[in-house]
Ligand binder design. Structure first.
Ligand code: HEC
Length: 107
């Protein structure tokens, strides 16, 4: 159920291995693109809006941002989060982790 977070706070963090089992076959087209469309494109369009530095509109752009612009760190950052108005749910961020672990596949 959504909206009941009280009883989940004390659970152990799942390991990266568990993530891999939960999130199999993660790809840009299948998983990452819809998340970026919803959470990032308002600013990271092409050309970017609202002071955002780079577009995140293509597979190459998002992959490059992971590899050389600390995208994963930014979406988990307490001090300078992306999106700036608050972190995405942990489940959503774990999909990015799984995408990295599985080799940043396009399809
Ligand atoms: C409300 C506008 C806004 C949204 C939404 C947003 N960003 Fe940003 N983003 C910015 C701004 C402004 C910067 C430049 C300043 C900074 O780095 O903090 C930035 C910078 C970045 C950078 C660093 C790029 C560089 O130059 O190194 C990354 C990576 C990034 N954002 C990823 C994301 C991701 C992924 C999302 C969605 C999950 C997202 N952002 C959502 C405004 C936004």
């Amino acid at each position: 159920m959504l909206g009941c977070s009280d009883d989940t706070t004390s659970q152990d963090e799942p390991s990266a291995e568990e993530d891999e089992l939960l999130f199999t076959d993660i790809s840009y087209e299948g998983n990452i693109k819809p998340i970026v469309q919803t959470n990032c494109i308002a600013c990271h369009t092409d050309p970017p809006n609202n002071g955002a530095s780079i577009p995140l509109t293509t597979y190459e752009a998002v992959k490059n941002a992971v590899e050389s612009r600390d995208l994963i760190q930014k979406i988990n950052s307490a001090t300078n989060p992306m999106p700036p108005d608050g972190l995405m749910p942990k489940e959503t961020r774990r999909i990015f982790d799984a995408w990295v672990t599985q080799g940043l596949k396009e399809n």
